[in-house]
Design a protein around this ligand. Structure first.
Ligand code: SF4
Ligand code: SF4
Ligand code: SF4
Length: 352
């Protein structure tokens, strides 16, 4: 351990030695596992029974295939929840299943374009750029609001988890930031907040102006594609090198919207100062720049926390916890079980 000023810092590589994985000794609780089964069941059953043409992919290829797919996804959901709660660290698992979702999402996108339209949701292509979730309807002056409704419903149920478990693009920023080991090196928070909300306002204004000027669809699409390329460049040039999700925390307008609206959600990451040693070791686990020394001193995660949960397994004193309506009891197991349930539904239904 070394000291910088009055703040003690633990070398990142020592963290796993400080906190051995004690999960194998935890008693398995049925409640959260049940939630991870019920959430996909309750959301996918009505879709399988009522929606025509079928939205569940396997049903599109053979009659009854949807039921088999739902069964397989139920197993996936409960096993993943079990592993996260009782076997593995969330930090290790989260990026894997988030990337898995993104790969499936883009695989269906390319198969839909190149092989068979059945892999697409509507058959009408949209660019997979998150900013279009709000910019698209403003530019079109209405039109399909499916993605916007999906985003808002997700925020209502899970708060900011869209940006740590469900977004098809954010997974790649998470991947880029995870390439750099050790302490993240974020820009100043004031810069991040200012720039981020400027981006949000700019997207509203640009989409509105394009609507008023009657900019052609092809030009708007090219503009959106360029925006997407800039996003990828930022992930590679900045997030990868500085070890935190620069694109998601500073650039993406949808991330700003998610952060803003999630302030009404009743879950927060808190730090128990009666046990916290202010060692700042947990800072290393947060790629969203939400656990700076000042946040730890305040006893709560910073403005940008997405409730990803990566920090929960990182504290040697078990001082970090999820609070839901001010209560710590069982908050995390039920929250993550619900998140995994929704993630499973996204695997089944999210495609362009
Ligand atoms: S900030 Fe944007 S790209 Fe990142 S996860 Fe959120 S919506 Fe997706
Ligand atoms: S919450 Fe845990 S890891 Fe973070 S500063 Fe406190 S004791 Fe250290
Ligand atoms: S504070 Fe913890 S839960 Fe919040 S974003 Fe950082 S690592 Fe994730």
């Amino acid at each position: 351990m070394r000291e910088i000023g009055t703040v003690k810092l633990i070398q990142p590589q020592l963290i796993n030695q400080i906190k051995p994985n004690k999960k194998n000794q935890d008693k398995v609780k049925v409640g959260p596992l049940l939630v991870s089964i019920l959430v996909p069941l309750l959301l996918l059953l009505p879709v399988q029974i009522n929606v025509k043409p079928p939205m569940i992919l396997a049903e599109r290829f053979w009659h009854g295939g949807g039921w088999v797919e739902i069964f397989a996804l139920e197993i996936y959901s409960v096993v993943l929840t079990y592993l996260i709660l009782y076997k593995e660290k969330i930090k290790k698992m989260r990026l894997r299943y988030w990337l898995f979702f993104s790969v499936i999402f883009f695989l269906q996108f390319f198969l839909g374009i190149l092989v068979n339209e059945k892999f697409l949701m509507s058959g009408k292509l949209h660019l997979p750029v998150p900013a279009l979730i709000v910019a698209g309807p403003i530019y079109r002056g209405g039109g399909p609001l499916f993605m916007l409704i999906l985003l808002l419903s997700t925020i209502a149920i899970l708060g900011p988890a869209w940006c740590s478990h469900l977004c098809y693009i954010g997974a790649w920023d998470g991947f880029a930031s995870s390439r750099k080991k050790g302490r993240p090196r974020p820009f100043s928070r004031r810069f991040a907040i200012t720039f981020r909300y400027l981006m949000l306002v700019s997207v509203f204004i640009v989409a509105f102006v394009m609507n008023r000027l009657g900019v052609k669809a092809l030009t708007a699409t090219l503009f959106a594609a360029m925006f997407g390329l800039v996003e990828l460049a930022l992930m590679y040039l900045i997030s990868w090198r500085l070890g935190y999700m620069f694109h998601c925390t500073t650039f993406c307008p949808i991330g700003s919207l998610v952060t803003l609206l999630s302030k009404f959600y009743p879950a927060r990451i808190r730090i128990d100062h009666s046990t916290c040693t202010l060692c700042n070791a947990c800072t290393v686990s947060c790629r969203y720049d939400a656990l700076r020394a000042e946040d730890i001193k305040k006893g709560k995660a910073g403005w940008n926390c997405t409730l990803c949960g990566d920090c929960l397994d990182s504290c040697h004193a078990d001082s970090i916890y999820l609070s839901f309506f001010g209560s710590k009891k069982n908050a995390w197991p039920y929250y993550i079980a619900t998140v995994i349930g929704v993630h499973t539904v996204f695997l089944a239904l999210a495609r362009l």
